[in-house]
Design a protein around this ligand. Sequence first.
Ligand code: ADP
Ligand code: MG
Length: 347
Amino acid sequence: MELSIRNVRKEFDRFPALEDVSLDIRSGELIALLGPSGSGKTTLLRLIAGLDFPTSGAILFGDEDASRKSVQERNVGFVFQHYALFRNMTVGENIGFGLKVRPAATRPATADIRRRAMELLDLVQLAGLENRYPNQLSGGQRQRVALARALAIEPRVLLLDEPFGALDAQVRRELRRWLREIHDRTGHTTVFVTHDQEEALELADRVVVMSQGRVEQVGSADEVYDRPNSPFVYSFIGESSGLPVRVENGELWLEDRPIGLKAADAPGGRATLHFRPQDVELLDGCGGCIAGTVSSSRRVAGTRRIELEIGPEHHRVEIEVPIDHAAAQKSRVAFRPTRWAVFPASA
Ligand code: ADP
Ligand code: MG
């Protein structure tokens, strides 16, 4: 099922939790909504689900305007971090629940519901546990059951809100891979909410980066990591430094001299240069480069990271250097970014 979110705004007591969000979700894709806490991810997911309605704008399921339709009419499945299973029902009963509560006309026969629950239990690799109660399962197993329950109704769209958020790191990583496999086998259009960039980049076909109720960028993991389109995305995904510079005559300047980077298309004036620690070349002398004083040095796996203080205002940036680099405190180090972006300074 293709989804189209068109100019959606959602206010709570006049406070806009979402401002003019537009997004097309392709049929069968696994898309991640990624953003810090409060950026509007859950609100957007709830609007897609039909648990809440937009203040303005529309949500289309295929060609059909679903904006005012109920959860049942939309036929969506969800798993939330704390969407607990029914404690007084067995695993099998939990999975069959969505089918059992259907109106008589569309409700499958009891034996069929049971068969479907068994198939799903197999799919989520929990065969044999149908008679257990939720409190007899681990956290990871419970979320697998929750997914099976969401799939039981053959949803048109699967919505997952930080489903692994309460689990420890190791289990999270396992379930991430497991979910990707299930998705590749079942092909449900899936929207996955997370604030964990590693989870989003590893799991999703495309990532929607959100901030303050807006979509900042939509792209593959490579696109949002390698070509961030805003200072926010640069700083939120991966590591980066931002250094205040000036654009003059299509060149970047730091204080009173150019630093050897051309920016023909950038508007003149104050700007911020963004780059990642590993995307730099070290230089000997400094004609047309950035030089700073080492303020700290730390070992990060197979590399060394040094923090440099730059200029009279002591702007701090972090760059990666070879492991055998002396990087003595207070020594001078010169470098130039090899991959970077410059954005106009915000007023
Ligand atoms: P996220 O899931 O990205 O952490 P949310 O969508 O939960 O963000 O929230 C976005 C913003 O909307 C937050 O500022 C939050 O406080 C606000 N908000 C969400 N739900 C409600 C609500 N029911 N009433 C009032 N404010 C809400
Ligand atoms: Mg949330």
